[in-house]
Design a protein around this ligand. Structure first.
Ligand code: TRP
Length: 450
């Protein structure tokens, strides 16, 4: 493709990819999963999943994207023309679209909560449960906030790769890391810090079951933005001297670091307020935390004000950089294969995604009784994406790179044409050929049969 844009700098590559990875998954989903799956034991399994499953899959996606320099669907077509492998690309882009449509719902709530916290709402005593449930079940209020969030994402994507995605990631990611630092320090000073840390650091392995392991795999995929063509699309904008393995390690490290730090922010805060439950589910950051902000800082409300406002800014920044990558994965495809200008392609994706998003948003309110297999539209999308397509996609990507692609091509891509060494190449090959597909398949089948 002529004149295809690229990221302009190495820092841009890392910050944009880390921006994709660090998202609601880290700050909202990870602590919830930790709370539901036995605390530190889950974290331990999760770390293993990141190193042995997440990193190899990320490297594989990077190499597919960088080698082909095109959107995910065309990438598979280019590497294996006319074979069924191309459906992996199709599934990825399609599911990225589904994820974006429910991702903007939660992101919309975040925007609303940011505004609430800025107005000082959480410094007074409120009924946080009905505040949340009234809002999310309202027929159009949450839709408006989702639409606003979609608009923000759209504006960045429409600007393009270098002056949109890269430029914004370079501003937003450092801000995000800085805010996390401040919040961790605040949280350590809270009365429940010790209990919170014990919960996070002392593992209870009796809680580990195959379904916990599948949750950990699913969480690792979700958090690292794997198997949906996002990182593959970003990698198609990498230059020839970007080191793929190193980048994958940096991105996974930043992502895991942020997830664990989010736990360090949330659990000490939660344990500081004795009557709040740890595993409060998806309501954790929208019901439990506002309560915590209010109670833990009742003696100095201004601190509670700052803490809550900063927290929701953090969540919003994280959500935005991730939504950008989901959007880009679909937009790149529409732009490159339907011969629409980038702006039009982005508009088409934004509008159609928002339309589905309305359904996801309504599934918390007027449509909550419409279910398929007992799941609302929102839950169904999340279930299909993170429990089915992501593990399957992971297996397929590994098999594709391990068995279908020419070994020389893979090695060349990972060493930038032999300009540096990749000592772990044999281990990588073993992981993508055997270990990762088998491991995912085992937990997956167990979960299906169970
Ligand atoms: N990784 C992001 C998060 O942690 C979400 C995300 C962005 C994502 N792109 C993705 C999840 C692709 C799965 C696949 O919130």
């Amino acid at each position: 493709m002529e004149n295809r844009s690229n990221f302009g700098s190495k820092l841009g590559v890392i910050l944009a990819s880390a921006g994709s990875a660090v998202g609601l998954g880290n700050v909202w989903r990870f602590p919830t999963e930790v709370g539901n799956n036995g605390g530190a034991a889950f974290i331990f399994i999760y770390l293993l999943c990141v190193v042995f499953v997440g990193v190899p899959v990320m490297v594989s996606e990077f190499l597919i994207g960088r080698h082909t320099h095109t959107n995910t669907i065309s990438a598979y077509q280019k590497l294996a023309p006319g074979t069924w492998w191309r459906y992996e690309g199709v599934a990825g882009v399609f599911i990225a679209f589904l994820i974006l449509s429910y991702y903007i719902v939660i992101s919309g709530w975040t925007l609303y909560y940011l505004i609430l916290s800025l107005t000082g709402y959480f410094s007074q005593n409120q009924d946080y449960v009905s505040c949340f449930s009234d809002f999310v079940s309202h027929p159009f209020q949450p839709i408006i906030y989702s639409a606003l969030f979609m608009l923000m994402t759209h504006l960045v994507i429409a600007r393009g790769v270098e002056s949109g995605i890269e430029r914004f990631s370079k501003v937003m990611m450092p801000m995000l890391l800085f805010i996390i630092g401040i919040l961790v320090v605040c949280s350590f000073g809270m009365p429940g810090a010790r209990q919170g840390l014990t919960f996070l650091l002392r593992p209870d392995f009796s809680k580990v079951t195959p379904s916990v392991v599948l949750s950990a795999v699913g969480q690792a995929f979700f958090s690292l933005s794997l198997a949906m063509g996002c990182l593959c699309t970003y990698a198609s904008y990498f230059g020839p001297d970007t080191r793929l393995v190193k980048t994958a390690f940096s991105v996974s490290t930043i992502d895991t670091f942020v997830a664990v730090l989010a736990g360090f922010i949330i659990f000490p805060a939660v344990f500081s307020v004795s009557d709040v439950e740890v595993n409060a589910g998806p309501g954790l950051v929208f019901i439990t935390l506002p309560n915590v902000f209010h109670m833990a800082f009742s003696h100095v409300p201004i601190l509670g004000y700052f803490f809550s406002a900063l927290f929701y800014v953090l969540l919003l920044l994280a959500a935005l950089t991730s939504a950008m990558s989901l959007h880009e994965s679909v937009t790149a495809y529409v732009h490159e294969t339907m011969h629409l200008s980038r702006r039009r392609a982005a508009a088409l994706v934004s509008i159609s995604c928002m339309t589905l998003g309305i359904g996801c948003s309504l599934s918390f309110g007027p449509w909550s009784n419409y279910t398929i297999f007992g799941l609302t539209m929102f839950d169904l999308f999340d279930f299909v994406a993170s429990k089915i397509i992501m593990p399957l996609g992971g297996i397929i990507i590994c098999l594709f790179v391990g068995w279908k692609l020419d070994r020389k091509l893979v090695e060349d891509e990972l060493t930038n044409g032999g300009t540096h060494r990749f000592r772990l190449f044999r281990i990588y090959l073993f992981l993508v050929r055997w270990a990762v597909p088998l491991a995912i398949a085992l937990v997956f089948v167990h979960e299906l049969l169970g």
